[in-house]
Design a protein around this ligand. Structure first.
Ligand code: ATP
Length: 539
């Protein structure tokens, strides 16, 4: 039976660690949890040149230390990064409620935004440029006086281009660059329910939910080191009792063992909080979503306090971390940050906008719902207040990016007021065979790399010859041309078909190198390459 560790003599504990390597040389591979290093605690907080997405002009902060240059080699095989130098979060340990959300680095110039987008998207330079300016304008707007800032509305964009040429991907990458709340919706989804369509305000509610997730994760990251320290101290308290003067040496030795994972099997008591729900009242004039929230809470079992559980230290870490995060992360602060981020940094892509455009002569009968959706979208884009269960969200400064192919109609077939709200228009080019070839190999997380890395997990080295890559691009372009143009999406299906057999047998190919050449590409696609069969081609 295990003895409580606080009764163990330190020499016994040290014996446990006899076979362990010194702390400084132990790779942290098997430990699911990383403790803050003492160096990390003493290092000065970086002072990036940055600007907050907060409403108050007083919260702007700048400093003279510029962030490092990002890698610009688009073909680099580096793992994906989230460009941390472009987005910074400023922790204020003294007040967990003080986070104002993400900050856009002042160094994120339009040119730099374009080069960041270049890392993931091939070509489409005019669209990249337009979006870069739109994003930079947000940064500029936040530097204006409060009075002028409210007057400057974001210019919304209309991206015109066929399916799969990168319209959504550009907007998604843009939002990732600055950790903005992002949502993509299809305009046609709002016509299916009938004349009034689905409530377009749901777009903003969904955007806010996304912002809440981002805000929670962001605050967790900011507090990670504080939480890790607390977790360690809680475990040490359980093992040895509360820290007391003179107990530092023993405590440090136990801390050392704990960090080595030598105490993982010891069992300790952990307090697990039980959620308590606040009593709520249903009011007759309540918004429907608020009412749903109240009912949710009513049906939640009301309990309070905490209960003790005896668990191994290896399991206790996650439980204590969760409980500490709950204590430190205030829902109120998360929602506040999320609403600010939604209002000032939210990006919404409304795809298939062309499908709800109706030429003037046809604006009657069944098309009434399309017209209705356009009318409903207008206030959102112009700026309105949407009520959500977390509070009101102003849409004035959300960046709306409408997108569509406009093959059957023209932008002017949209309502004039709506078109007026989308003054930045950019056309995205159809993808050529050369573009498809580049998409296979140039973006950081390109499809070929994805397949190679997947096979590497099985111990298989997968190679594609240059001729094979060219052949894949040729075939994808041909199918797009003959069957239906779905742009770069075609590559996914073609590649999947080519690697299907290798993928199936990979566990038996461990240690081997498999090279795909042009002939194998043709073999894999077999009779589907016969032109007459292309119409039946399922890729
Ligand atoms: N120019 C490009 N460079 C790199 N990848 C691309 C490019 N265009 C498209 N892709 C890839 O193709 C897929 C589909 O692209 P995306 O979602 O942007 O299409 P879209 O233009 O929005 O089309 P749709 O209107 O049909 O949604 C994504 O996986 C994206 O990464």
């Amino acid at each position: 039976m295990l003895r409580p560790l606080h009764r163990l003599h330190i020499s016994t504990a040290l014996r446990l660690s006899r076979n362990l390597r010194p702390l400084s040389t132990t790779p942290n591979l098997q430990k699911p949890y990383s403790y803050p290093s003492s160096e990390a605690k003493t290092q000065p907080t970086p002072q990036p040149c940055s600007l907050r997405f907060t409403l108050s002009a007083d919260s702007f902060s700048t400093s003279s230390s510029p962030p490092e240059e990002p890698p610009t080699d688009a073909g680099s095989s580096n793992p994906p990064t989230t460009s941390p130098e472009l987005l910074t979060v400023t922790p204020d340990d003294s007040d967990p409620l003080s986070y104002g959300g993400p900050e856009i680095s002042a160094d994120l110039t339009p040119q730099r935004i374009v080069s960041e987008l270049d890392r993931h998207i091939v070509g489409q330079q005019p669209a990249k440029k337009a979006l870069a300016i739109a994003l930079r304008n947000r940064w500029r707007r936040l530097r204006l006086s409060q009075e002028l800032r409210e007057e400057v509305l974001p210019k919304c964009c209309l991206l015109i281009g066929s399916s799969g040429v990168g319209k959504t991907e550009l907007a998604r990458r843009l939002s990732k660059l600055v950790d903005s709340p992002f949502i993509k919706v299809e305009a046609t989804k709002f016509t299916e329910v009938g004349f009034h369509g689905r409530d377009v305000e749901q777009i903003v509610r969904d955007l806010l939910e996304n912002a809440i997730t981002l805000a929670r994760n962001r605050q967790r990251r900011v507090m990670a080191s504080r939480i890790a320290t607390t977790v360690e101290e809680r475990i040490l308290d359980e093992l040895m009792g509360k820290a007391s003067p003179g107990s530092n040496k023993n405590r440090d030795q136990f801390r050392h063992l704990l960090r080595q994972g030598a105490l993982d099997h010891q069992v300790i008591d952990v307090d697990q909080p039980v959620r308590r729900t606040a009593p709520s009242l249903v009011q007759v004039d309540m918004a429907p979503e608020r009412m749903t929230d109240v009912f949710d809470k009513l049906f939640t079992v009301r309990q309070s306090g905490s209960r003790k559980r005896r668990v191994k230290i290896s399991d206790a870490r996650a439980l204590i971390e969760e409980a500490e995060s709950e204590k430190l992360l205030s829902d109120e602060a998360v929602v506040k940050e999320a609403i600010e981020a939604t209002e000032n940094a939210g990006i919404v892509v409304i795809d298939e906008i062309d499908k709800i455009a109706v030429p003037v002569g046809q604006r009657h009968g069944a098309d009434a719902s399309s017209q209705g959706v356009q009318r409903d979208l207008l206030p959102l884009i112009e700026g309105t207040t949407v009520s959500t269960k977390h509070g009101n969200v102003e849409t004035d400064h959300i960046l709306f990016i409408a997108a569509g192919a406009f093959t059957q109609c023209k932008p002017s077939d949209l309502m004039a007021e709506l078109v007026g709200r989308l003054p930045i228009r950019v056309e995205l080019k159809p993808l050529s065979t050369g573009d498809l070839r580049k998409i296979l190999t140039v973006p950081e997380n390109n499809l070929i790399r994805q397949q190679r890395e997947l096979m590497a997990t099985e111990g298989v080295t997968l190679e594609f010859t240059q001729a094979a890559i060219t052949e894949v691009a040729n075939i994808a372009a041909e199918i797009n041309h003959t069957v239906e143009d779905i742009g770069a999406r075609r590559l996914h299906a073609v590649i999947e078909r080519i690697v299907q057999d290798i993928s199936f047998t990979a566990p038996e190919l461990k240690g081997q190198t498999v090279t795909v050449d042009a002939v194998q590409v043709q073999d894999a696609l077999g009779d589907l390459l016969v032109k007459s069969d292309l119409s039946r081609f399922i890729l």
